[in-house]
Design a protein around this ligand. Structure first.
Ligand code: CA
Length: 754
């Protein structure tokens, strides 16, 4: 009896440990083996909390370099508080901390060799052995603070260097409180003039000596403000002596930074670490999968990347109220604010993933969007932290529409968000041309942004505006807007057809006078398109694939055009850029023809075979892409990860479906990579997915059921899933060419009047 009890106890303990260890599958280094000319993710290890405001990363590159951590580098020169969404957008509000031994201050002096074999990167914990200093450093973050634990050798000149970075910084040492405060102003744009990140650092032991520095000069003083300043704190350490630092910062004030420091309280390093682990497990456990170990590692690494952005940019004041520094007008305002995401990327799969699995977070994000409008007069398109001039489209319309149509956004916000969508759709930001709609005057009168009026990437803009108009049209219908208004956006959402060139069967830039651009090379990247060519962008008719099919000449022609994407060799014309941008190189080397999964415009295209009645081709290519383009390794992505978008593609695809058209209530079916999955919805319901007979060979859906009923359609219904559902796939090595082939099996298209 006793033995049995012990055995049962042991069994439960084992179960508890294995059931709560989602975070252990995450590799934050996935995608970090990247550089300017070739991206395998262009990520860095984000050590932080889900959607956390302040994150940390080891820094291997020099200050200001967007490739802050490169897996191929051998030396670390600091641990940086970071808010960087991507190397192309770069960082803001940054400062670093570095323990050393000996008289070292500058990046070059203080850098230390390290090995990935003595490094441990987890979402909630990072540690590394700094060999040149014989110091073991550990970091455990909260949402706005972090605790450091540094284990020193026996040394008379142990030191901690604080680097507040250049372009205007300040430090002040307060020895009586073992404290350093300061600010950094270093940013890469998108901030008002009064922008500062105020930091506070508290040591757990008195300073033997303290000084400040400016440039590379040490000064015996308590404080200094200059272009590039920092502080040095000296200790005499015995072997194994641990020094703890409690660090927090605020975009509002020093006082608020002290309040943010309360996230740590007087908790120990190990308690904070455990707390972080629990929080990550809570978020990652919303999707519990059974799959091969490599798939699990890839899946949870992708789910981690999908739950980092957009970042919180709000703080909790002394009265317990949500407040934020406005990156739009520099004021301290009440309410939520999120940032560090480009909607051109993330409208596609990342926001639909939030809406399905993490709607509570998106409620706050939508409130933040409303605040952005109130503070800047526009919806953001690429925010970091304020409006940044990057990419094209007006895809905030999609981000807002999907949340309203799925009943996630509170009703009280619907009308004001709708009005903000309308304003943003019919205007352009006076200083940031990618905010609002550049070329809206042309688009609203001609039905397209012309090729020959000096607006670059005009065809891409037109196609995205047309889809964005469909999003507005859907919200207008839901809110019972006047018929003329609803009709206007319905009509405009057909504007994609204005760019369809019958002679090539592809989308093509069109001149103001009505003729198409000439010469036209469908393999030319950029120019009329954005980081892609006509073969990639022709499919950007998310809301009306049926209409596109008709333009192309019917089902068979449509499918053969899809086939061609993979059949056309990866030849390219890079003349618009003058060199081979990394996105082109990533297409060229993948052995998938002209399919460019490494960039966003084409990421939904594989799913379009479902609209052509040949779902088995989706099933083939989606597995090919998951198997070959994603690995839980430092070179694990096939191009820029881009703030959760490329990761969310994998998360959805591995589960067996994908949101081709955000704003509809449909997910288009692919081929599940998992053997089983349970999605725990926020309303307490569950979606259970089983893929019977699933393996590497059996990638085709032989048959499937939803809630026990035979399911022939090539899509799943959001409202059905939301009520809880059992989805059963029966997998086979041979395609079932009789399944999903009828007109009624095809997913939503506007032209089908469903
Ligand atoms: Ca990209």
């Amino acid at each position: 009896m006793r033995i049995i009890k012990l055995f049962i106890l042991f069994f439960f303990v084992v179960r508890l440990i294995t059931a709560s260890d989602f975070v252990d599958y995450v590799n934050p280094l996935m995608g970090s083996q990247s550089e300017f000319k070739l991206s395998t993710g262009n990520t860095y290890p984000v050590i932080g909390m889900p959607w956390g405001m302040n994150c940390w990363t080891p820094q291997t590159n020099k200050m200001g370099d967007g490739w802050v951590y490169n897996y191929n580098h051998y030396q670390i020169n600091g641990f940086k508080q970071t808010h960087q969404p991507s190397p192309w957008i770069n960082d803001y509000g940054q400062f670093s901390i570095m323990p050393v031994t000996g008289n070292k201050i500058t990046e070059k002096q203080r850098e230390s060799w390290f090995s990935h074999k003595s490094e441990l990167a987890k979402p909630h914990y990072y540690s590394v052995y700094l060999a040149d200093h014989d110091i073991f450093t550990e970091i455990a973050p909260t949402e706005r603070a972090a605790i450091f634990r540094m284990t020193f050798p026996e040394n008379d000149s142990s030191r901690i260097v604080i680097d507040a970075f250049d372009k205007g910084s300040f430090v002040k040492v307060i020895p009586s409180e073992n404290k350093i405060i300061g600010y950094t102003t270093r940013n890469s744009g998108g901030v008002p003039d009064n922008f500062k990140n105020y930091f506070v650092i508290i040591f757990d032991q008195p300073f033997a000596e303290y000084r400040v520095w400016t440039g590379n000069k040490i000064i015996a003083a308590k404080e200094v403000a200059d272009n590039h300043v920092g502080a040095v704190i000296d200790f005499k350490t015995r072997k194994g002596q641990k020094v703890h630092l409690r660090v927090a910062s605020s975009f509002i004030s020093y006082e608020q930074a002290e309040l943010n420091l309360k996230e740590l309280g007087d908790k120990s390093f190990d308690t904070i670490k455990e707390q972080g682990r629990k929080r990550w497990n809570e978020v990652l456990s919303k999707i519990d999968i059974e799959a091969d170990l490599d798939v699990k590692r890839t899946f949870y690494s992708c789910l981690y990347r999908s739950t980092l952005f957009p970042r919180k940019f709000y703080e909790i004041n002394s009265a317990g109220e949500v407040v934020h520094y406005s990156p739009y007008n520099g004021e301290i305002r009440s309410g939520y604010m999120y940032t560090d995401t480009g909607f051109w990327d993330t409208f596609r799969a990342l926001f639909p993933l939030l809406n399905l699995v993490y709607p509570d977070e998106n409620i706050k994000i939508q409130q933040g969007l409303m605040n952005t409008y109130l503070e800047s007069g526009f919806m953001p398109e690429w925010a970091s932290p304020g409006h940044r001039d990057c990419m094209v489209g007006n895809n905030s319309a999609s981000v807002i529409a999907d949340a309203i149509l799925k009943d996630i956004t509170p009703d009280s916000l619907h009308l004001s968000l709708y009005e903000a969508m309308i304003k943003t759709a019919n205007d352009v930001h006076p200083e940031v041309s990618s905010t609002g709609r550049l070329g809206y005057e042309y688009y609203n009168t001609l039905g397209y942004v012309p090729y020959n009026v000096g607006i670059k990437e005009n065809a891409a803009r037109t196609l995205e505006y047309a889809y964005n108009d469909w999003c507005i049209y859907q919200v207008a219908k839901k809110l019972n807007r006047p018929a003329a208004e609803t009709e206007l956006y319905r009509t405009r959402s057909k504007n994609y057809s204005n760019l369809f060139d019958k002679s090539s069967g592809l989308m093509r830039g069109r001149n103001k006078e009505g003729d198409f651009q000439a010469p036209f090379n469908p393999l030319k990247w950029g120019d009329a398109f954005t980081e892609g060519n006509s073969w990639h962008y022709t499919w950007s008719v998310f809301h009306d694939i049926e209409g596109l099919k008709k333009l192309m000449g019917g089902r068979e022609k449509f499918v053969s055009m899809l086939d061609s994407v993979f059949a056309v060799p990866p030849v390219f014309d890079n003349s618009y850029y003058g060199f081979t941008i990394h996105e082109i190189r990533e297409m060229q080397i993948m052995n998938m023809g002209n399919y460019a999964h490494g960039n966003q415009p084409i990421q939904h295209m594989i799913y379009l075979y479902n609209y052509g009645g040949e779902p088995w081709k989706t099933q083939y290519w989606v597995r090919e892409t998951m198997n070959r383009m994603y690995r839980p390794t430092p070179d694990g992505y096939c191009g820029d990860e881009d703030n959760g978008q490329t990761s969310a593609w994998y998360v959805f695809s591995a589960l067996g479906f994908y949101p081709v058209c955000p704003g509809t209530d449909q997910y288009v079916i692919g081929s599940p990579l998992v053997n089983k999955a349970t999605i725990k919805l926020s309303n307490g319901k569950k979606i259970s997915i089983t893929a019977t007979g699933n393996n590497a060979t059996n990638r085709y859906i032989q048959s499937m059921t939803v809630n026990g009923r035979k399911h022939q359609a090539n899509y799943l219904d959001y409202n059905q899933l939301k009520r809880g559902a059992n989805i059963n796939f029966k997998m086979d090595s041979i395609p079932n060419k009789k399944r999903g082939i009828l007109e009624k099996d095809v997913p939503y298209s506007m032209s089908m009047l469903k």
